[in-house]
Design a protein around this ligand. Structure first.
Ligand SMILES: NC(=O)c1ccc[n+]([C@@H]2O[C@H](COP(=O)([O-])OP(=O)(O)OC[C@H]3O[C@@H](n4cnc5c(N)ncnc54)[C@H](O)[C@@H]3O)[C@@H](O)[C@H]2O)c1
Length: 255
């Protein structure tokens, strides 16, 4: 399905990134774990290398640094002669991220929007420039259901969790950046789509899971592996005529 396609996953050492890398390698792709945490990227690549028939590589990448992004692009072009796709999947946040609305400072809001949304823009801009020269390319941006729907704050009652206000600003912008890039690069062989998962299981409190799951159709909160099929579809030629779209994978939570 992805035979020998060179596919970069930013934040590839994270929860969803690892599932993506494993799925890409299983389908025969050359998966690049590109993460600011270089040692985690190496560890993940070593662990997932055996999931082949494809292969897994590790790379250090800071999505907020133009120099870091262009160095990765140049290295992959030199070694593989092409880059087929990039998945904008990293999740930068500062130490104050996730505070309740009233406690978010202007500085923290801007810093989180800068690194996450700004980083997604920079990755998209630099890879699409390289894709344009090469004549083709596939960009997939990770948004979230919360890029399109208002939060259901009541599911967080009785927990210290919330849906951060920065996240709403960032992820809704990611959906629209997707449309902007898709429109801008029409005719250049470049497709740009967005993937919007619901919440992902990560040892959340039972009360939260019960409340969350009551809005779902069958399983409830999904695991990272449950989102992989949609990513592989967007990466593959099966979706060759899709661009500018936003695919939800949330077991119905958002409807
Ligand atoms: N986990 C969820 O519930 C969920 C739901 C919907 C969407 N998403 C989205 O999926 C994506 C991945 O989320 P996750 O839960 O796997 O996150 P995660 O925190 O598990 O992993 C994020 C990875 O990004 C890396 N990273 C952070 N800053 C970076 C930078 N500047 N440059 C490069 N890498 C950097 C981290 O080192 C980490 O390995 C994010 O876009 C997130 O918003 C997550």
């Amino acid at each position: 399905m992805l035979d020998k396609k060179v596919i970069v996953v930013t934040g590839g050492a994270g929860v969803i990134g690892q599932a993506f890398i494993s799925g890409i390698a299983r389908k025969g792709g050359i998966a690049v774990v590109a993460d600011v945490n270089a040692s985690a990227a190496v560890r993940v690549a070593e662990e997932l290398r055996k999931t082949g028939p494809g292969s897994v590589e590790a790379a250090e990448l800071d999505i907020t640094s133009k120099q870091s992004i262009t160095a990765l692009i140049e290295d992959l072009m030199r070694r593989h002669g092409k880059i087929d796709a990039v998945v904008n999947n990293a999740y930068p946040r500062n130490k104050n991220y996730g505070r309740p609305l009233e406690e978010v400072t202007y500085e923290d809001f801007c810093e989180n929007v800068d690194s996450h949304l700004g980083g997604y823009f920079l990755v998209a801009q630099q890879f699409c420039k390289a894709f344009k020269v090469q004549g083709y390319g596939n960009l997939i941006n990770m948004s979230s259901i919360y890029g399109s729907m208002a939060p259901r704050f009541e599911v967080y009652d009785g927990t210290p969790m919330t849906m951060p206000v920065e996240y709403a600003a960032i992820k809704s912008a990611v959906v629209h950046l997707t449309r902007y890039f898709a429109q801008y690069f029409k005719g250049a062989g470049i497709r740009v789509n967005c993937l919007s998962p619901g919440g992902i299981l990560a040892s959340q409190p039972a009360s939260f899971l019960d409340a969350y799951n009551s809005h779902c159709a069958s399983k409830g909160m999904l695991s990272a592996g449950d989102v992989v099929g949609a990513l592989l579809f967007l990466l593959s030629d099966d979706s060759r005529y899709m661009t500018g779209q936003n695919l939800f994978v949330d077991d119905g939570f958002s409807i």
